[in-house]
Design a protein around this ligand. Structure first.
Ligand code: SF4
Ligand code: SF4
Length: 708
């Protein structure tokens, strides 16, 4: 072996060793790769801005940078799942350090060293060299994990309906990274084989690999080194150039999407604001989405996390949020070039340019690219959005396309037409006379706000709590708890209207806005400040969507109030409620409003009650199937979602399902019936369990106290 040019204490390595002659060519090829990269980004940029309405996503820079840092740089969302999180983390952080290291090295060589400031020497070099090898190994491991997962393990999420959706692009991206790392280690090994400085033991990857070349003579080693050096260089530069033309574009689009993520409250839906002037409502054409909504699709990494917990997909319906996003992306990629050409023609005023790119064959967005069964299968459970590692917003798009079908085309399911008609006529989905809305409370002596406008809380009962037999029992139990705790509250009685959640999520934004505005007017008329709701759908609408129309209230869910009353000792749970309970997280309570602990804390406070968890819980809970207006629609494709959730509850061995939502209560009670488990199992609202444990009924029923 040749002598090293460095002495111990001045450890380092010669940059461009054995490749001094190549330096100018490297600059040239780097410039070419960067030019191809820049051109690709420019072309993509043209496509991003070609279609779509403008949307402000550059405000609140502090929050946006924070989102970019947490999710883009620290990969917070990606790390929520161990295998894919670690796999992606190894590749991402490894590559990040290697690129940073290469830039550091280049800066030292081209700028610092000529100025006499060389710093990659001695201990600094040893640490640097060790870290570069360590992170190189990390990337290698990450890529091998990715290859194993995609091509051997083949989880369903990396496909659609049991078939993998791998593309050549996936393989090219992985092989490029693998090639860069492997050739990097080989170059290092060949250099060490020739120069053999003892401190290179810290470059452990190359050091041990060098032993494999021990029997190769120096001349051949140098030739091999040159060849590998060029291979490594072309793979690295090829990787850079390939980014904008491949799935690697997500290196740019995904962090950008985190930066532009919605800063609205989780799950809030932007209302239609131009009913008076608009000719079409919702989104029926691609250009009716905003540019950001279209950009969303380009940020999708096809990781499939969204699909993994989508109740529609898992129950065999033709909806997968991943597929929907990819279908939108492909549709945009088909449509956008013609839009770019048209834009250029308009700018240049050249009629000839207009035909430069022929518009693609006419294909509709809603009903064509997005199948109608797909569109209507969504329960708005928000699993996709909350679990998406790219901050993609699926649900607003689905609602907007539904708006188009309902408001522009008046083409939607007959059962939903009946529901809307019932709401229009009687302000409840069942169509029961609105004059009966407060009948459940007749015997309870609850004041209406007309009778006592000075109460502290408005109990917004909602349609289920007012008209559904099971819901009425929950309203009664909750009202009795409030009375026993001495809480000052009242109801709106027949002045209350449907919250409009089902109308809005079913695409009838006009009906929803009418209902919301009417409720807000009544509430404001009584100077309402604080509202309690037992239904998470009403709770969510009042809390997050009513502020769009000036309805600013402090809105609480009944589990929040009950948990607080227990914590403050205002109610005492004394009677044991025996049984093994499992708590079902309502989507509109959990994922939408982050209420996970209060219901569980209440149940834990009930004497005798044992609590067990279903496999899918908290943020990853499984929907009951009723959200997004699905409560009122037939479910004739695939399995029934409520039955699937009931099966998950049955699997825990529990004999009771506790819920905090009247829709979930109905769906799970139906599931129990369908599974013929009525003898062994029941679904109960938290308020019913608490009232039972308070054990006050026989002693002094609130109804008697108030009606004497
Ligand atoms: S909101 Fe729920 S049902 Fe709808 S696409 Fe997302 S995960 Fe599926
Ligand atoms: S939408 Fe989000 S979660 Fe779903 S595949 Fe794309 S990046 Fe993954």
């Amino acid at each position: 072996m040749e002598h090293s040019p460095f002495t111990v204490g001045n450890e380092g390595r010669q940059v461009f060793w054995n490749a001094e002659f190549f330096e100018p060519f490297l600059f040239l090829f780097t410039a070419v790769a960067l030019a191809i990269f820049a051109y690709g980004v420019y072309r993509r940029w043209q496509l991003w801005v070609a279609i779509g309405k403008p949307e402000q996503r550059m405000d609140h820079l502090r929050e946006r940078v924070q989102s970019l840092f947490v999710n883009g740089l620290l990969q917070w969302k990606t790390f929520q799942e161990p295998y894919p999180g670690i796999m992606h983390g190894l590749i991402f952080f490894g590559f990040f350090v290697l690129i940073f290291g290469a830039a550091f090295d280049a800066t030292e060589f081209h700028i610092a060293e000529p100025l006499g400031w060389a710093f990659l020497r001695g201990t600094v070099y040893i640490v640097f060299s060790f870290l570069m090898d360590l992170f190189g190994v990390a990337v290698l491991l990450g890529v091998l994990l990715a290859i194993y997962r995609r091509y051997i393990q083949k989880p369903d999420r990396l496909g659609y309906q049991g078939k993998p959706d791998n593309t050549p692009d996936d393989a090219i991206a992985l092989l490029l990274i693998l090639g860069i790392i492997v050739t990097g280690f080989i170059i290092e090994a060949l250099r060490i084989r020739v120069t053999c400085p003892p401190w290179e033991v810290w470059s452990f990857g190359g050091w041990y690999l060098a032993k494999a070349f021990a029997c190769v003579d120096i001349g051949t080693t140098k030739v091999l080194h040159k060849l590998t050096w060029w291979t490594h260089t072309f793979l690295g530069l090829g990787f850079i150039a390939y980014i904008p033309y491949s799935r690697l574009i997500h290196i740019i689009t995904t962090p950008a999407n985190h930066f532009m993520a919605s800063l609205q409250p989780v799950g809030a839906i932007e209302p239609i604001r131009d009913f008076e002037t608009a000719e079409s409502f919702g989104v029926g054409k691609l250009e009716e989405f905003t540019s950001k909504q279209i950009f969303d699709a380009d940020a999708c990494t096809r990781c499939g996390r969204c699909q993994d917990g989508c109740p529609a997909y898992l129950s065999g319906k033709p909806l997968s949020p991943k597929k929907l996003t990819q279908d939108l992306k492909n549709y945009w990629l088909e449509q956008a070039p013609a839009a770019v050409a048209a834009k250029k023609a308009a700018e240049s005023g050249s009629a000839a340019a207009e035909g430069a790119v022929a518009p693609p064959e006419e294909k509709t967005l809603v009903g064509g690219t997005i199948d109608l069964h797909e569109l209507w299968a969504c329960t708005n459970c928000l699993y996709c959005q909350e679990n998406c590692s790219a901050s993609i917003e699926h649900v607003p798009k689905i609602i907007q396309m539904r708006q188009y079908k309902v408001l522009t085309e008046a083409d939607f399911a007959p059962e939903l037409q009946l529901t809307f008609r019932n709401i229009e006529n009687n302000s409840n989905p069942w169509g029961i006379g609105s004059h009966l809305r407060a009948d459940w409370a007749k015997e309870l002596g609850i004041p209406t706000l007309a009778e006592d406008p000075n109460v502290e809380y408005l109990f917004y009962v909602g349609c289920s709590g007012s008209f559904d037999d099971r819901g009425k029992k929950v309203s009664t139990a909750f009202a009795k708890i409030l009375k026993a705790a001495g809480v000052s509250f009242g109801i709106l009685g027949t002045e209350e209207g449907c919250c409009g959640d089902s109308a809005m999520r079913g695409g009838n934004e006009y009906l929803y806005q009418t209902l919301a505005q009417a409720n807000i007017e009544v509430m404001k008329g009584y100077n309402v400040k604080k509202i309690i709701a037992t239904c998470p759908h009403g709770y969510n609408a009042l809390k997050k969507d009513y502020p769009h129309f000036g309805g600013e209230f402090e809105v609480l869910h009944h589990t929040e109030i009950i948990a607080d009353l227990i914590a403050k000792g205002k109610i005492t749970l004394k009677k044991p409620v025996e049984g093994l309970f499992t708590y079902h997280d309502s989507c509109f309570l959990g994922r939408y409003n982050d209420i996970y602990d209060q219901p569980r804390n209440i149940l834990k406070a009930v004497p005798g009650l044992k609590l067990t968890e279903m496999e899918r819980n908290f943020e990853k809970s499984f929907c009951c199937g009723a959200g997004g207006a699905r409560m009122w629609m037939e479910e004739d494709i695939g399995d029934r979602i409520n039955n699937m959730r009931t099966d998950q509850a049955i699997a825990t061995g529990a004999d009771r399902i506790a819920v905090g939502c009247p829709f979930c209560l109905t769906m799970l009670a139906d599931g129990i019936k369908d599974r013929k488990k009525e003898e062994a199992m029941a679904a109960l609202d938290i308020a019913e369990i608490v009232w039972k444990s308070m054990d006050l009924e026989e002693e002094k029923p609130p109804v008697e106290v108030c009606t004497v």
